[in-house]
Design a protein around this ligand. Sequence first.
Ligand SMILES: [Zn+2]
Length: 346
Amino acid sequence: MTPERAKRVRKLHDRAVVIDCHNDSLRAIAIGDTRYNPPKEGPPEPRRLWQKAESGHWDFPRALEARQSGQVTNILVPRPRNGPYLRTCLKSYQQALRDLEHAPELAILATSAADFERAKREGKVAFLLGIEGAEGIEGDLDLLHLFHRLGVRTVGLTWMYRNEVAEGNWEDTGDGLSPFGRQAVQEMNQLKMLVDVAHATEQTFWDTLEASNAPVICSHTSCRALVKGFGEHAPSRYLTDEQLKALAEQGGVLGIFFSANRELDDDNADVHDLARFFAHAAEVAGAEHVGFGSDFDGGFPPPGLEDIRGLPNLTSALIDVGFSDEELLGILGGNWLRVFREVLRE
Ligand SMILES: [Zn+2]
């Protein structure tokens, strides 16, 4: 990166409320998952959110180095079906609180758009908690209310499997959202929680857009039109152009995950290749409906994005594919902030 480019990128990161709408860092730390960015030598170091590590993808200190102001993370839902769901979610939630309480100078628990703006002003990370897979509410709307009271503000309806609410990518019989799932989506609308269709089957996606009276988000996905290799993913893990348009028309935002090698079936794919997914999504849905959904600590980002500190390299690649500064301020976080303001309303 030339010094002028580095200066422009830094200025953009300073102006924007930089938000990433999905990582798995709390989950990875909770279960000691060390597959992601492992140490070059020696055994993996134990990680905490407040502690700067060199392995793994994300923690509060490294996020602040990248001038990030907001992160949505998911509390742990056991995989694949080994439960107990509620206990595991609550223990993971408690771990998030413990780490937040340990480092009030680094991060705050976020429940509203205003919290992200405050974090930006105070030089901290706003940490918004979600559930990835409605198994976590065990088919009980009272538990949805309880999680809301605890400050959880987003629910991904499914992970890869079918649950009481809907079908996910690996178990797709075409049933989509269940009658209970419809109720759950409407309850989330009432509670002012975000409804997240990442990992939804196509039928689940369309049923959810129809059931929700608020914009729906897809926190971490990518563009099916560009994918050459699905790997272990099902095609429905990626949104079609038609889905991109529909999500945007309802006021939603999609997060592009930081993955390009698998999708392009190219081991040499880098941040510039990743930037093309952002360009495609923006061309189809409008740049104001595109954001980051890194999947850090849950995916395998391309070279240049070894951890969150590589984010300026992606911003620079986004400049190269033709985004204006105004569009970039949205992609860097302004678009998430807008949908948070509209949906979370507090
Ligand atoms: Zn995921």
